[in-house]
Design a protein around this ligand. Structure first.
Ligand code: ADP
Ligand code: SF4
Length: 700
């Protein structure tokens, strides 16, 4: 199909200094947990974005000096010529598809602990760092430090140009780089020419920009990534004041203004806390200040919203990190008039979460992300399967839906049976919770894809028994029957049942999602799950007028949300809606009208009035059907089933991203001979130098 002319503007080339982007789709720098640690995987992922039509594809942050070592995070770095090989390969991959390759040079200043390099961190001031509350202080940069820093930046920019990058980004954003630290009044109380007035605090950034332009600007675009507002009111940079003045002072210097808000948690807000395009109000002024092109991010997944942002004069280029992770082929799909095939980001930040844990990022919507090289998984194409083979999938949650979509794409004859009246399993239920409506995209994308294929039959209201599965005579069977929340309190902290949890006033998230509510007005939610579920139920019930207390054994509320950058916003939301928060608290027993809690801080027991108690602790796999089938196959090996697998929550309850990935993997693996002793992917190998011990002992 041809592209709809109303999207033509997204495919107009754009001049960025001396280079030209082929279209308006700009994959901004984004962390991915691969970088220098898993460079082949990183290269495979970036190449896939270019193949999918992103006109500019950037690295994640790339540190250029050992005193700005981003470890333990798996970012890129360019400390010396040894780093040129893998970054050069990334450029080649990006260029293969006609896209521009960009590199974001960074020094994280007083935010980076230099765990690997052991160098002393540097920044505008002598100050302790926030990273993990580590007992490490940064040294105030003296003139020599500043000269070294500028020289290394210039050297890295020249290297970047020489190995093929088309664009070098000078980075003052996210409250996480040396120029942004110098710019912030709260970080910079220097009395020399780099402190005091805005002009002085901006001096280092200006110097970097001028020096980079002078060194490589004739052939390479020199752009900025700049946070115009820190969303902390007068305590930080505000777009109406110094944010605007700073842009005005440097207006024509960069070849592109890529502008956003800081810090990272504000820049990468989840859909629970911000809608698509939410940064527009902060950055709209920039285009009035400069003749240079402007870009921003804002989780744009709708081409109409993209066109509108350009036509309203907010931006020239659509920046995207998460939308390009969820669908690396988004631009191609718009170009080919296949909007219904776009796999829209749901704004959950699971990708960020895995990066923050130092692992290759995974995506709820795109199970192939990070697997492009190591498993050879393409996001759009799959090897053809045997058309005559019949695949039965039982259960239509995220695991079952993805298994059905992927198996159908491979050409198998697919039957999807669902016990309920609707498809989608937990996604359908959970997307009705406050702030989670965008999560329904996991279901909607897959239903759209499945319905467009003639080789899938869907049966609703069909709770299959083992006998019925056998009667259907499928060659391959996936059991995706999900999991059930436990009522007894067993979880991370408690390994025996909490007395009294078998009473009628004790509910689980499944009960709440099915519409049940506590009687009375006082509700205690016990959270030993530490992700979103307890918090969104608290928000829901508080909105319905209940007096809600959330107790958790953790020292923090919804502690895992630190990784998705939501912990602070979640906690503030709960406080705003009037939920009483009790960290450091364990549930000891429940009886009618009250619960006995243990305050772990003061080591004492506390009676807490509660008409209803909601247990959010852990889940049990619903694997009864799977176990019956295992037995049936053992009893009758010639029953016809060649593959039987349990997938998703029925295998091991987890996050939605895991269920989608396991569903996808089931379909990919069909027909392959797999030895479970083998490593299920291609590994990165380090080159081990010969004779190390001889060399190091020679001098002793
Ligand atoms: P997952 O996250 O692993 O995909 P879900 O809990 O979201 O799991 O989905 C499981 C789905 O399986 C639910 O929609 C449930 O109704 C369905 N289901 C459970 N048992 C059966 C069964 N015996 N036959 C058909 N569908 C089933
Ligand atoms: Fe979007 Fe979630 Fe995928 Fe990240 S993990 S790209 S936020 S869908």
């Amino acid at each position: 199909m041809a592209r709809d002319p109303r999207y033509d503007i997204l495919f107009e080339p754009l001049k960025i200094g001396p280079v030209t982007a082929p279209n308006r789709f700009y994959q901004v720098p984004h962390c991915n947990g691969m970088g220098r640690v898993y460079p082949n995987a990183m290269i495979g992922m970036r190449g896939t974005k270019a193949e999918g039509g992103w006109g500019v594809v950037c690295t994640e942050q790339c540190d250029f000096l050992a005193s700005g070592d981003a470890s333990p995070y798996a970012e890129t770095n360019m400390w010396d010529s040894g780093d040129e090989v893998y970054l050069g390969r990334m450029c080649e991959e990006v260029h293969r598809y006609g896209s521009l390759a960009g590199i974001e040079l960074v020094h994280n200043g007083h935010d980076t602990p230099n765990l690997y390099s052991r160098e002393i961190p540097i920044g505008p001031m002598d100050r302790p760092m926030n990273w993990s509350m580590a007992p490490i202080q940064a040294r105030a940069m003296d003139k020599e430090d500043i000269r070294t820093y500028r020289r290394a930046h210039k050297q890295a920019a020249i290297r970047a140009r020489d190995i093929g990058f088309d664009m070098v980004i000078v980075y003052a954003g996210h409250d996480g780089t040396v120029p942004s630290h110098f710019l912030a009044r709260r970080h910079n109380q220097r009395t020399d020419e780099y402190g005091g007035s805005l002009e002085n605090r901006l001096r280092l950034f200006r110097e970097l920009l001028e020096e980079t332009k002078e060194a490589i600007g004739d052939t390479t675009a020199v752009t900025v990534r700049f946070a115009v507002d820190e969303m902390m009111g007068p305590d930080g940079l505000e777009w109406q004041n110094e944010g605007k003045e700073a842009v005005e002072m440097l207006a024509e210097l960069p070849d592109l203004w890529d502008v956003n808000v800081a810090d990272w948690a504000n820049d990468s807000k989840t859909s629970r806390f911000a809608p698509e395009g939410y940064q527009e109000e902060y950055v709209a002024f920039v285009k009035k200040m400069t003749t240079k092109p402007v870009s921003t991010v804002g989780r744009y997944t709708s081409p109409d919203a993209m066109v509108s942002a350009i036509k309203r004069g907010i931006v020239d280029l659509i920046g995207a990190a998460r939308p390009s992770i969820a669908d690396p082929f988004l631009p191609r799909k718009v170009e080919e008039g296949r909007l219904e095939d776009i796999r829209e980001c749901i704004g959950c930040n699971v990708c960020v979460g895995w990066t923050q844990m130092g692992a290759p990022a995974r995506c709820t919507q795109n199970p192939t992300f990070s697997e492009e090289w190591r498993k050879g998984w393409h996001p759009e194409n799959m090897p053809a399967g045997e058309k005559d083979e019949h695949v039965l999938i039982v259960g239509s949650g995220p695991a079952g839906l993805e298994a059905a979509r992927a198996a159908a794409l491979r050409g198998f004859r697919v039957t999807l049976a669902e016990a309920g009246e609707e498809l989608g399993g937990r996604v359908t239920r959970e997307s009705k919770l406050p702030g989670l409506s965008a999560w329904a995209r996991v279901r909607d994308y897959r239903i759209g894809q499945i319905q467009a294929r003639p080789n899938v039959e869907i049966y609703l209201s069909s709770r299959l028994t083992a006998d019925q599965v056998l009667e259907l005579g499928a060659d391959h069977v996936a059991i995706a029957t999900g999991a059930t929340w436990r009522r007894d309190g067993y979880g991370r902290h408690l390994d025996t049942a909490v007395p009294g949890t078998d009473g009628a006033h004790v509910l689980t998230p499944d009960d709440i999602l099915a519409g049940k509510r506590p009687t009375g007005s006082k509700v205690l939610i016990f959270d030993d799950d530490h992700y979103y579920m307890a918090s969104v139920i608290a928000e829901l019930l508080s909105g319905e007028g209940y007096e809600v207390t959330l107790a958790t054994p953790s020292t923090k509320i919804a502690a895992w949300m630190e990784h998705t950058l939501e912990q602070g916003a979640n906690q503030s939301r709960l406080a705003e809606v009037g939920v009483t928060l009790m960290p450091n608290t364990t549930l000891l027993s429940v009886e009618s009208g009250q619960a006995l809690l243990r305050d772990n801080l003061h080591r004492r027991e506390v009676e807490h009035a509660a008409d209803g108690v909601i247990m959010v602790t852990s889940r049990r796999p619903e694997d009864g059907l799977y176990q019956e089938l295992v037995q049936a196959i053992e009893d009758k090996p010639d029953c016809g089933i060649r593959t039987l697998r349990r997938i998703g929550d029925c295998d091991a309850p987890g996050i939605i991203a895991t269920a989608v990935y396991e569903g996808h993997r089931f379909a990919r693996d069909l027909g392959a001979e797999i030895d479970p002793c083998d490593v299920p992917f291609q590994r990165e190998r380090h080159v081990i130098e010969a004779g190390q011990r001889e060399a190091s002992s020679a001098g002793s």
